[in-house]
Design a binder for this molecule. Sequence first.
Ligand SMILES: Cc1cc2nc3c(=O)[nH]c(=O)nc-3n(C[C@H](O)[C@H](O)[C@H](O)COP(=O)(O)OP(=O)(O)OC[C@H]3O[C@@H](n4cnc5c(N)ncnc54)[C@H](O)[C@@H]3O)c2cc1C
Length: 441
Amino acid sequence: MASSTQLLPQSQRLNDDAVSVAVVGGGAAGLTAAIAAAEILLKEQAPGRVIVLDGAKQLGAKILVSGGGRCNVTHDVVTPKDFCGNRNIIRNVLAAFPVDRTIAWFASLGIDLKREPTGKLFPTTDTARTVLNALLNRARHVEVTICPDHRVREISRSGSGFRVHHTHGSIQAARVILAAGGQSLPRTGSDGFGYQLAQALGHRVTPTAPALVPLVLEQSMFHATLSGLSHEVQLTTVVEGREADRRTGSLLWTHFGISGPVVMDASRFWTVATNRGAQADLYGNFTPSRTPDELKTWLTVQATEHPKRSLAKTLALLAPERFAYSLCVYCSCDPLKAHAQVSRMDRNRLLDALTKFRFPIRQDRGWNFAEVTAGGVPLDEIDYRSMESKVAPKLYLTGEMLDCDGRIGGFNFQWAWTTGWLAGRSAAKSLLADNITSRDS
Ligand SMILES: Cc1cc2nc3c(=O)[nH]c(=O)nc-3n(C[C@H](O)[C@H](O)[C@H](O)COP(=O)(O)OP(=O)(O)OC[C@H]3O[C@@H](n4cnc5c(N)ncnc54)[C@H](O)[C@@H]3O)c2cc1C
């Protein structure tokens, strides 16, 4: 590839050209796919050419903002249970490029990862920029042509490959890898248009909803007064009367409602159900280590042993005092009243609020605050061994575009690296099998 390939300066416009692999989208999945494809072609000394077309002027915006600017690259244990989607297919896909290979691959890019107590892996530099730079450097090193400000508008079948129409013209490509992301954080360039590209080539797209997204509560709630406070809560999502999800973790009260890891992870069960018009309710148990019966007994014992202690001070033994105070007021109980003087009715109401508090959710916080997209191109339309489309041969799909979303902790990037790596390698290998060069595609 080396001798016949020209590297386009980023400022130059790509037009009327023929390439072997066109990658649409230069985020985590797209850059990985391009690198994987180019490495194979380079190794085999094949005269192919790999390009990345991205609509954004600056690539990798989402990598840069990820993990609070530190980029949570992956997690030390990744299983299909960490994702929503077709778990059989997810298992097979993950097996192709698991965490240990991901860690080794990043080390080969010059990025060492460190494990934090939560199991999340970050670059030792603690800077997302180093991750993006390493990917871009490797892409250039293996002679990937990177074209920022080249938004793809249409992809059509043409000859034995595809015609890819972008903002400055069009190119012919023997293989196309779609890596245009989902709908989360649209200002980064991922605005859901990739789904239209996939649909135009024959794919279905399951309804999408913001995932890993904070939730906005009714104004009547006390969240704003607790803004900044976080504590351990068990959240249960009930959809049409059936439990859809249950998880425990840190909940953060904010000026608009609730956020924090447990809320972000639970949110997709609420948004997906609500978006399809189903009744969805989110319940909080603020004393997750005790059953309601244990809590009832505990409150009775406290009333006997410390009858004069105020209600708020008693509840503060279970949860942060500011929260306990607000919850009492919300339940129309005087937080300063001596515990022993609280009526049975009030105590039962508080007990319910502590263990099965129905959050009055107004809405989710929307795509601008969602970290990923639930829904997308169904995984059963993809060959999991190669990420090649079963609907449109020679087309490959990767990353957030697919109907698969992970929980917080590095799982979504792992999905992007894995699917990108698999698609890039498979596209290049299928080119080699067809003996296609850049000029005869
Ligand atoms: C604030 C935030 C923090 C996050 N933190 C983490 C984290 O720490 N760990 C983790 O695992 N996950 C994290 N995520 C999720 C993670 O960023 C995504 O799962 C991942 O970036 C998806 O990669 P992708 O390549 O599929 O899509 P994207 O990263 O969205 O890349 C898609 C690319 O395609 C381009 N594009 C779109 N349409 C077109 C078009 N028509 N033509 C050309 N180009 C196009 C876009 O400009 C973009 O560059 C975070 C997300 C957000 C929003």
